[in-house]
Design a protein around this ligand. Sequence first.
Ligand SMILES: [Zn+2]
Length: 333
Amino acid sequence: MRDRLLTLENEIRSSLEQSSDQDSLEALRIKYLGRKGLINQLIKEIAHLSTEERKVYGNKINQLKQKLSSELNSRFERFKEKSEATFEPLLPGKVPHIGHFHPLSKTFSEIVTFFKNYGFTVETGPEIEHDWYNFGALNMAKDHPARDMFSVFYIKEDLMLRSHTSPVQIRVMEKQKPPIKIICPGRCYRYDAFDASHAPVFHQVEVLYVDEGVSFGELKWILSEFVKRIFGPKTKYEIRPSFFPFTEPSGELAISCTVCGGEGCSVCGNSGWLELLGCGMVHPQVLKNVKISPKTYSGYAVGMGVERVAMVKYVIDDIRVFYNNDMRFLEQF
Ligand SMILES: [Zn+2]
């Protein structure tokens, strides 16, 4: 037994030295460590030895088995590393340029994600709207002076490119009974001159929550969470009185300047504040227009320009950079 063990050890050593790749190592493993391998054959033969010898050779064979197994493993690893390290592409090539989201898309998705996390669902509506949805139902009759705030692209009388996303809340409230908790992201159109702060096509997100007992406090709370999430926990905010025909009371949310932190600088006109969005409690007449009783239900609405949010967040002073497709600008995001 002793001689056979020595012969086997020598044989294994020289086979290991000769093996030059992973395939030959695998062949060795099967030959010696496999179920019908040489080492297992030897183990079977131990049964014919005396108790004393069985103990001695059993130990020795086990040691040989373990040694061979760990030696095979480490050689496997070495061959593997070598084959990975020496890999080279057949032809030199260019690393493909991987793109990323446009700053407006990024802002859009941050806003939508925020409200979705608070249980709002996304609704969309047509970009060509009827007068009733764009104005009438929102408490702006034909002769209402507030219509002048929205420079409308008319297609024909009573039909226009929507000038805000608020028509979507009317469409949803007509079909659905409260509780209604929705956001409406989308494109809007106004014939404003294309300058640093106006674009004829821009994006808005409308937020609407209607249920029994919805209060201004809840509106204030969701806006404070929104400001913290989008602009950082240290950002201060205030809601100032404002006017919109479709909300009563109406407010405007301003946040502490993202450049000077409220100290006063040229971006915030030394006021320390930047106006961000409009909001308010849904006007009782708007609820009546969609046959929801303002005696039972109340709600809040928020309308924000996505460009405005992105401009405040990334300190951009010209809206036109979003549409120029200048890579020097886009690559900064
Ligand atoms: Zn400032």
